[in-house]
Design a protein. Structure first.
Length: 187
């Protein structure tokens, strides 16, 4: 259903909670947002906010917005903007492509690139949709900064109705481990 929702350009709202642990600090985070496909057009927009708290400190919030296009069926290309971050300090481009494999099976492929002040960031991901309800996937990210950082993610999503899904993720890498639990409602 997630691949069908993407191909049908269904808008959605989402929520995510998680935790990140590394040698220096622990961070708890919460995110909520919405993604909209403008009807009868190729345009996409997203808006969200993430709250984070490190080592028992106070909660800090950061807004983000995304703008993109869907030039062909199955492809979304977008960029994101973050509160208090000059876009020229974090130029980024993301792409997602969903292809049918026949029957209820599909493959999602994602890529990302960011040119940040501290270095460059690259990411790739893939999800295999076993059927319309369940996907399993993996992701890899690499940050080329003062110190190279590599992270690997395993993730899964389950649709319980045509509109409601839950997802889990676990990331492990050179500097930290994190987990996330999320929910999404599409309309």
């Amino acid at each position: 259903m997630a691949e069908a929702a993407f191909l049908e350009k269904s808008s959605n709202i989402y929520a995510l909670v998680g935790s990140q642990t590394n040698d220096l600090f622990d961070v708890d985070f919460q995110s909520v947002g919405a993604e909209f496909y403008i009807p009868n057009s190729i345009f996409y927009a997203g808006l969200g906010v993430t709250r984070a708290k490190a080592d028992g400190g106070s909660w800090d919030s950061q807004w983000n917005a995304s703008l993109g296009v869907t030039p062909i069926d199955g492809l979304l290309v977008w960029t994101s903007f973050y509160e208090d971050v000059d876009y020229s300090d974090y130029i980024n481009l993301n792409a997602k492509y969903v292809m049918s494999l026949g029957g209820e099976q599909a493959l999602n492929i994602e890529g990302s690139f960011a040119d940040a002040d501290g270095g460059e960031e690259f990411g790739i991901a893939a999800d295999y949709y076993i059927d319309r309800n369940l996907s399993i996937g993996t992701a890899y990210s690499y940050v080329n900064a003062d110190e190279d950082i590599k992270d690997f993610t395993v993730r899964a999503r389950q649709f319980f109705t045509n509109s409601l899904s839950f997802d889990l993720s676990y990331t492990f890498g050179d500097q930290d481990d994190s987990w996330g639990i999320g929910a999404s409602y599409r309309f």
